[in-house]
Design a protein around this ligand. Structure first.
Ligand code: ATP
Ligand code: F1X
Length: 303
């Protein structure tokens, strides 16, 4: 079974305006409310790929109910801990370019945090736990480590998609996959990355630090796949970009979902890139049909 963990879900409020005039009344051209948070996005794309999974994390208030109902309607199994504060609303402002304003998230109390750890009490060897996104400040930077501890205790694999200290601490614990984008990779090592060679060097460092597989995503430029004996590059197919929010989460879903079904890293890489691009070319997240259409357009070369 694959579990996704979203400690800080959101309603993504996508707002389109022609131009933002600060200090004036602006009227929206179009708006859209979607369930969000990185793990929830992974679950929704896994579901498109017919990969059974369960979404867990914290949800609260009217915003939490909106997300839970949406997942239920899509037939995605979920088992969130109910918290007393409202789940956040993240603003994705489209005015030519995309600007994001993400909330901090609700306060999570100690008993609510314990309840989430309990949700993983029945993990088994062979399960994969995908942990994605920011940690609400009240939980503390170490909370992913506690979840990873539970995974290891039960022999389950884990994938972690976060940044900074939380990612650094997780690497020596052996994640199945990490997927920084090129900016996050540079930030993680406190360096400037100016060439493909730099991306490979720092991507390989993630392996040395403990990751089993590394994807370095490069938006419209595609991605690199690095693991112990492999180094591959994939292009991203051409298309009209509608929304890049969740492209990285879709890539993780495509990769991990396909790896769990086939055990083949190259098929997984292709599905990951196709899923990321299919989301970039859609208003909402990728659907199965577009992912399948894009797969043959992806060229993978060995470096
Ligand atoms: N403009 C684009 N054109 C085609 N494919 C894209 C584009 N942007 C993203 N993708 C696809 O999605 C993958 C992941 O994108 P990206 O590198 O932007 O991840 P990310 O920064 O984690 O995304 P986000 O934080 O927006 O979810 C890319 O490797 C590519 O396959
Ligand atoms: O604030 P975080 O947890 O880092 O990121 C949250 C978020 O920006 O990530 C998803 C896209 O990847 C969105 O659905 C959501 O709004």
């Amino acid at each position: 079974m694959i579990y996704t963990v979203t400690l800080n879900p959101s309603i993504d409020y996508i707002v389109e305006v022609d131009q933002v005039k600060l200090g004036s009344l602006n009227r929206m051209k179009r708006d859209l409310k979607l369930p969000g948070g990185k793990g929830i996005n992974v679950s929704r794309v896994l579901n498109q790929l017919n990969v059974q999974n369960k979404a867990i994390g914290f949800l609260g208030g009217f915003t939490g109910r909106y997300i839970e109902d949406w997942l239920h309607e899509e037939g995605i199994a979920s088992d969130f801990v109910s918290v007393s504060d409202d789940t956040r609303i993240n603003i994705k402002l489209k005015a030519g370019e995309e600007t994001e304003i993400n909330g901090m998230g609700p306060v999570i109390r100690a008993n609510e945090a314990e309840a989430l750890l309990q949700k993983l009490a029945n993990l088994q060897a062979g399960d994969i736990v995908i942990m994605s996104g920011s940690i609400p400040p009240s939980l503390g930077e170490n909370f992913y480590n506690r979840l990873i501890g539970v995974c290891k205790q039960h022999g389950a694999e884990f994938v972690i998609d976060t940044t900074g200290q939380a990612l650094q601490q997780a690497l020596p614990l052996g994640p199945l996959l990490v997927k920084p984008n090129h900016h996050e990779l540079a930030e993680l090592f406190g360096v400037q990355i100016s060439s493909k060679e730099d991306l490979i060097t720092y991507g390989r460092k993630l392996l040395e630090l403990g990751a089993k597989h590394v994807l370095v995503s490069m938006a419209g430029e595609g991605a690199l796949f690095i693991s112990e004996n492999s180094l591959f590059r994939a292009n991203a197919p051409a298309g009209k970009v509608k929304n890049s929010v969740g492209a990285g989460d879709s890539m993780i879903a495509g990769f991990v979902g396909t790896l769990s079904l086939t055990g083949d890293v190259l098929q997984a890489f292709r599905a990951g890139v196709a899923s990321g691009s299919a989301t970039a070319f859609s208003d909402d997240l990728a659907d199965r049909e577009l992912i399948e259409q894009l797969k043959p357009l992806i060229e993978i070369s060995q470096l």
